[in-house]
Design a protein around this ligand. Structure first.
Ligand code: AHR
Length: 327
């Protein structure tokens, strides 16, 4: 029988104790049957959005016991310190692979050096990290967030026909690649258009509650604005609540651009409340599984894999797209 992991059963039992907030997938075989499973420690950002929940589910489905994996999931509640602690716990447990969905880009070198010293491959998913030593991780798979921002800017340019734009901006979690890329796309657009003005900018931390709170703050300041650029769908849902409560029609009085393109948001495009939504694909589970399979066979996966993504407005959105979405 092939032995998995460096510290075997004892460490797996310790895993449950050390990572009080962690869960492994339901329906796991008894511990003694787990020796053949590939053990993966997954440090997840949190549960801040529908996108994130779909991403977690995709990982649980792909790295299931039936597929030959034991996934140890740690929810960092959007805190980098919690992710660093989780990674250290994974190292102590001697997992076979570490998968990291980073909260922010900077601050990973020390803990990833520890993982490298322990000989554990690290796969980064979704957002990117900033490091002077790319050998600290084995490979990355995720989205091109700057290109997502550029798509939104291009759509505005194509659909607002030289109109003066007064833009309110809800940012995601500051320092995350998703925020950095989408914000830099908007900033480039504003810099390139004399008649585009930024009138409000706050972070809603990618959550619906904060998206609503920040839009209420925007409304209380009474600036005139005709565009809302919201860096994810959940903040957009909160913003729509706030706008409607104030008697403002989203999608008509204010042009709304959003990111993720989850099925609920796509329905809001059909309802005319969101004007344009740039897809960010959360279904990374099978991609990570494929990478691990390659590594298990001694192959070298691509260092960087950008996921192909599309975008939607009322001109290209069909009911069938929403039905087949899966998130
Ligand atoms: O990193 C991906 C972003 O994080 C998604 O746009 C957002 O919804 C999530 O929380």
């Amino acid at each position: 029988m092939k032995k998995r992991g460096k510290n075997t059963l004892l460490s797996l039992l310790l895993a449950g104790l050390l990572l009080g907030g962690c869960s492994s997938q339901p329906g796991l075989p008894a511990e003694e049957d787990n020796a053949d499973l590939v053990v993966v420690g997954f440090s997840q950002v949190g549960a801040e959005s529908d996108w994130r929940n779909a991403n977690t589910q995709s990982m649980l489905d792909a790295l299931s016991a039936e597929n030959g994996y034991r996934l140890i999931l740690d929810d960092a509640q959007q805190k980098q310190e919690k992710q660093i602690t989780a990674i250290r716990n994974f190292i102590n447990q001697g997992v076979d692979y570490i998968v990291l969905a980073p909260t922010r880009e900077t601050g990973w070198d020390t803990v990833l050096t520890e993982a490298r010293k322990a000989g554990i491959p690290v796969i980064i998913v979704d957002r990117m990290i900033e490091t002077g030593d790319p050998d600290l991780f084995t490979c990355w798979v995720g989205s091109d967030f700057r290109s997502e921002g550029d798509k939104a800017v291009q759509w505005l340019e194509d659909h607002q026909e030289g109109k003066e734009l007064r833009i309110a901006h809800l940012q995601g979690s500051i320092g995350s690649s998703a925020q950095i890329g989408r914000t830099s796309g908007l900033d480039a657009g504003i810099g390139a258009h004399d008649n585009w003005k930024l009138v409000f900018r706050e972070s809603g931390d990618f959550t619906q509650a904060k998206g609503q709170e920040m839009t209420e703050k925007l409304l209380s300041q009474e600036p005139s604005f005709n565009v809302l650029y919201s860096e994810n769908d959940n903040m957009t849902y909160g913003a729509i609540e706030a706008l409607e409560s104030a008697g403002i029609e989203p999608g008509k009085d204010v042009t709304i651009l959003s990111f993720d393109a989850s099925s609920k948001a796509l329905r809001l495009i059909l309802d005319g409340k969101i004007n344009y939504d740039v897809e960010c694909n959360p279904l990374h589970g099978p991609r990570v599984r494929k990478i691990i399979e390659q590594l298990e066979k001694g192959e070298t996966p691509l260092k960087y894999t950008y996921v192909e993504e599309v975008s939607f407005d009322s001109s290209n959105l069909l009911e069938s797209v929403i039905e087949g979405r899966g998130y």
